[in-house]
Design a protein around this ligand. Sequence first.
Ligand code: DGI
Ligand code: FE
Ligand code: FE
Length: 197
Amino acid sequence: MEYDMIEIGSKVRKVLPKKRFWHTVGVAYTAADMALIFGENQTRALVAGLLHDCAKYLTAEEQLAECIRHNLPVSEIEQKHPSLLHAKLGAYYAKKEYGVKDEGILSAITWHTTGRPEMTVLEKIIYLADYIEPMRNQPAKPSLDEIRKLCFTDLDRAVYMVAWNTLDYLKSENTPTDPETEKTLQYYAQIAAPNNE
Ligand code: DGI
Ligand code: FE
Ligand code: FE
C-alpha cells in the first residue's frame, strides 16, 4: 500500500477534535465502500476521506490567515465565509504535511464542500460520503437513508439530491451561497434530475 493509513489516521486524530475525527473515519470507510461499487481505488478513497477535513481544527479566521500566508486564492464568498476555506486549505495540508502527491485525491479534498460540475468519480464519492456517513443525521428530502441508498446506485442522481438539499438548507438559513455550489446543482440537475422536476 502506497499510503500508511495508520500513520495518516493517527496524525489527523491528534489535530482534530474527537467528534470531527470520528466523522472523518465515517467518511473514509463510506468512501471506501462506494469506491468498491464504482470501480475507484479504495486506498485513494480512504486517504481522501481521512484528510478531507484535516484543516477543520482551525477557526474560520485562522483558515483565512493560513490561506493568505500560503498564497492560496481566496474568493469573495470565501472572504465573507472563511469556513469554506477548510476544503482548499485541507488539500494544501494534505500535500505539504501528509505527503499526498496524487492530484486526484487533492482535488477531491478541494471540492468536497461545494462540489463542482463534471466531478471525477473520486470527487463525487468524497462529496457524497461527507453528507451520508453514518453519524450524520440531518433532515433531507427524500430521507437521508434514501439518499444513502442512492449513493450506492447512482452517483450523479445522488450529487443532484445532496446539492439540492445543501442549497435548500443554506437558503433557509439565509446564508449566501458559493457560486460553485450553485453551479454544482445546475449541472447535476441537467444531467440527473428526474424529468418531472
Ligand atoms: O466540513 P463538514 O461539516 O463535514 O461539511 P462541509 O465541508 O460540506 O461543510 C459544511 C458547511 O459548509 C455547512 O455549514 C454549510 C457550508 N457550506 C456549504 N456550501 C456552502 C456553504 N456555506 C456557504 N456560505 N455557501 C455555500 O455555498
Ligand atoms: Fe468539510
Ligand atoms: Fe466533512
